[in-house]
Design a binder for this molecule. Sequence first.
Ligand SMILES: *[C@@H]1O[C@H](CO)[C@@H](O)[C@H](O)[C@H]1NC(C)=O
Ligand SMILES: *[C@@H]1O[C@H](CO)[C@@H](O)[C@H](O)[C@H]1NC(C)=O
Ligand SMILES: *[C@@H]1O[C@H](CO)[C@@H](O)[C@H](O)[C@H]1NC(C)=O
Length: 380
Amino acid sequence: MANVHRLFRVLLLLFTLSDSVIRTLSVGIGINYGQIANNLPSPSRVVTLLQSLNISRVKLYDADPNVLYAFSSSNVNFIIGLGNEYLQNMTDPQKALAWVQQHVQTHISQTQISCITVGNEVFVSNDSQLRSNLLPAMQSVHNALVNLGLDKQVSVTTAHSLNILANSFPPSAGSFRPDLTEYLQPILNFHSMAKSPFLINAYPFFAYKDNPGQVPLEYVLFQPNQGMTDPITNLQYDNMLYAQIDAVYAAIKALGHTDIQVQISETGWPSRGDPNEVGATPENAGLYNGNLLRRIQSGQGTPAKPSIPIDIYVFALFNENLKPGPASERNYGLYYPDGTPVYNIGLQGYLPELLYSSSKRNVFSVFSLLLIFLVSLIYS
Ligand SMILES: *[C@@H]1O[C@H](CO)[C@@H](O)[C@H](O)[C@H]1NC(C)=O
Ligand SMILES: *[C@@H]1O[C@H](CO)[C@@H](O)[C@H](O)[C@H]1NC(C)=O
Ligand SMILES: *[C@@H]1O[C@H](CO)[C@@H](O)[C@H](O)[C@H]1NC(C)=O
């Protein structure tokens, strides 16, 4: 009986709050759906999960047909990816056309696909062949879309690591590494021609972890703090992520472009890490992602681009147990593979119990828990 009451209260709460929660999220948070794991729920369950969260923008690292089929007739809009291992083949127009036919054209009448990332963090590698293949691969994928009449619907880009920057502070003095100019200049020209966004993976966590004594935690977690002033523009920055975004805009401008939008293809914070990974805690991850959601909710732009709302794909939907590297790599998820949130903010206590009190975990309880998690994120 207690459980029934509890359920009723949860329902009532959902009924009361879901409208504002949903509106909050609809402003457009995106999420990275990585699958380097052997324990994730099936894509069709993930459809339910994301629908309950009203998350309608998802980024994949591949073009997994199981995912794209599962999301057919959903309102979810996808960024799909071509891994670095495809770049060489994609420089061949015939192979690019075949790939686009198989992975985009097949799905696009059922599943929304708005963007293809060709390669991920290519310049982290020193492989000169890979670097040289990047732009030609982007171009032939774009040309394939043009030939199929899909280029107005689907844009072509690539995602960069923030370490393509030589300088990121002050933001107005942001610049790309000089050794990358020969690659980035023509890539920017391509973005300008193809009207596609410039994608960056940005993790203030790395800056904090590498230098916890110097970097104020509040500044990286969007908590109240003194902030930093850009001495050239006098613009005030109250968080590192916005400073990083504006540094990328400045670096693009230094190469002659003011017509390219910057989007954050990945950002997030790990809830666990190795002992030397300072700051990787559920508390910090909850603050980072919760505060970031609130910023997105308010439609805020960065100090240098106040009228352009920040456009972000959070990393990541699930913890991914097979990711190599330090422990943090396997702990970026907002959710465990069983659909329980990794961290709860506010409304703590009885809600997780609801899930566990049911021996047969039904869709509804997972639903409720997720909505409650979001309510708690937003109202904490
Ligand atoms: C979900 O978000 C979309 C925009 O992404 C919004 O138009 C819609 O109203 C939201 N759904 C509900 C049920 O409020
Ligand atoms: C590249 O193309 C070759 C020849 O068609 C094929 O055998 C190979 O599997 C392709 N590589 C990838 C990563 O798809
Ligand atoms: C790439 O090259 C630079 C300079 O040549 C070197 O410092 C760096 O360690 C190399 N990175 C990798 C991943 O090999």
